[in-house]
Design a protein around this ligand. Structure first.
Ligand code: HEC
Ligand code: HEC
Length: 298
């Protein structure tokens, strides 16, 4: 009889651990901050399974010049999602673009931007994800074009174009500018669509925010530098904030394609954060681009 006791208590203990959420997933303040970042970063527009606001169970196919990439399940499901990932594993994916098994992640996952986030923001995102219900939906394989199916090749890309690490604040600028810089680069990754890429898919820093013709999924993202003739130089701070809040441009048009999903996120930010994004955007180098991206669908 006695010898049954240790086994029973071991079982009870393992059951306790199985149902115990990871340490900070039970911190409601961290979960709430993580949810805000998740929205601002538009994680759901790629990872949301059946819709932007549903559980991030993945499945969406992203068509790129390098092949079709399937977005994975990042719910805490242990078999299909990231339920077995520690905060350290998650931190490495966000900061370094390396998964739990040590494999290089494709930069279709905008980790070159997320790498700029602070440790606290990454931990808060983790707390939020771990608080979600797990979804038992299996990942689908990527259909990368040869030779891009070979992840090890990313070592070259990384050496050329990727420097991990959080964004350093610029002490010569005010708080709104610094917050805007952080949101634009680290969180909402505006450059991932609005900056043109070179033949290897890396962002061209010298042409930052000047528009990308034929972006991901065939989208054309316009020039959003303050160039008056070809960018948004004649938009006021208020015009930019209105667009981020409602999707409406100064000529009362509504943005479409990829920007609609971005606005679903930015519409839920605080006014101060939308203002910060506008302040930063007004400060970037104006670039004249004479070829205008054609209208979506046109
Ligand atoms: C533009 C689409 C896109 C956005 C936005 C995006 N992801 Fe992803 N994510 C992907 C793709 C595609 C992969 C798969 C990369 C690969 O297989 O190498 C991925 C992979 C991941 C992984 C690794 C999962 C695994 O099983 O290896 C994590 C964790 C992750 N994303 C979290 C996030 C978080 C958190 C956000 C928001 C802050 C986010 N992603 C935003 C497309 C996206
Ligand atoms: C997923 C890709 C994507 C991301 C990320 C993205 N944009 Fe856009 N953006 C677009 C596309 C595509 C359009 C054009 C929409 C249209 O023509 O209806 C656009 C349009 C705009 C416009 C309107 C420009 C004009 O001339 O009408 C502004 C301003 C803008 N984006 C700002 C931003 C800011 C700020 C961010 C980051 C918070 C951002 N975008 C992130 C794809 C993106």
């Amino acid at each position: 009889m006695l010898c049954l006791l240790p086994r029973a208590s071991a079982l009870a203990l393992s059951m306790l651990f199985a149902f115990m959420p990871p340490a900070n997933a039970s911190d409601p303040a961290a979960v709430a901050r993580g949810k805000y970042l998740y929205t601002a970063a538009g994680c759901g527009s790629c990872h949301g399974g059946s819709g932007h606001d549903s559980a991030p169970s993945g499945g969406l196919g992203l068509d790129t010049p390098f092949g079709l990439f399937r977005v994975p399940n990042i719910t805490p499901d242990r078999a299909n999602g990231i339920g077995t990932w520690s905060l350290g594993d998650f931190h490495r994916a966000m900061r370094d673009g390396i998964d739990r098994e040590g494999r290089y992640l494709y930069p279709v996952f905008p980790y070159p931007s997320f790498s700029r986030m602070t440790d606290t923001d990454i931990a808060d995102l983790y707390a939020y994800l771990m608080s979600l219900p797990p979804a038992a939906i299996a990942n689908k394989p990527h259909e990368a074009k040869p030779p891009f199916g070979w992840r090890d090749l990313l070592v070259v890309w990384r050496a050329l174009y990727f420097t991990p690490g959080p964004l350093a604040p610029d002490r010569s600028q005010d708080d709104a500018w610094n917050r805007g810089n952080y949101l634009v680069h680290a969180v909402s990754h505006c450059e991932e669509c609005h900056t043109p890429r070179n033949a290897l898919g890396a962002l061209r820093a010298d042409r930052a925010f000047s528009g990308n013709i034929g972006g991901p999924a065939g989208e054309n993202a316009p020039n959003i530098t303050p160039n008056r003739a070809t960018g948004i130089g004649d938009w006021s701070l208020d015009d930019i904030e209105t667009l981020l809040k409602t999707g409406m441009t100064p000529d009362s048009d509504f943005v479409g394609s990829g920007m609609r999903a971005v606005v679903r996120g930015t519409s839920q930010l605080t006014d101060a954060d939308r203002h910060a994004i506008a302040v930063y955007l007004k400060s970037v180098t104006p670039i004249r681009v004479d070829v205008k991206p054609s209208q979506p669908g046109g």
